[in-house]
Design a binder for this molecule. Structure first.
Ligand SMILES: [Cu+2]
Length: 124
């Protein structure tokens, strides 16, 4: 007669699977883009203090600080038409919106001074 040793394979497997899965995975955090316009004749979009010129396609939170009543902040590109003014003249303050950026080029500018106050971001 042989003595079979009981090996709790099932229990062991369940434990390893739980380890591999780790804690409940959180959704990818939405990154913040910081738009600034004014108080002088300047406009920019930065992320973590650096000017943004290239981004990966995805969803971002765009937070715009409009520091002058004579400027506004507009962003347009694939999926975002030219009427998308995040801020308008004479608003001063902070506004934010969620933007879904697709592959292509986005332009941002101040409408009254669009020939000089402008920038662009390439999304890939
Ligand atoms: Cu302006």
């Amino acid at each position: 007669m042989t003595i079979k040793k009981f090996l709790p394979i099932g229990l062991l497997t369940a434990g390893l699977l739980a380890l591999a899965a780790g804690p409940a995975s959180a959704a990818t955090p939405v990154q913040t883009l910081n738009g600034t316009v004014g108080p002088g004749y300047t406009i920019s979009i930065t992320m973590a203090g650096k000017k943004v010129t290239n981004l990966k396609a995805g969803t971002y939170k765009l937070v715009v600080k409009d520091k002058s009543n004579m400027h506004d902040f507009v962003i347009e590109g694939p999926g975002i038409d030219g009427d998308n003014s995040v801020t308008t003249v004479p608003f001063v303050g902070t506004k934010s919106e969620t933007v879904v950026l697709k592959k292509g080029t986005y332009a941002y500018y101040c409408e009254p001074h669009h020939t000089s106050m402008k920038g662009s971001i390439k999304v890939s």
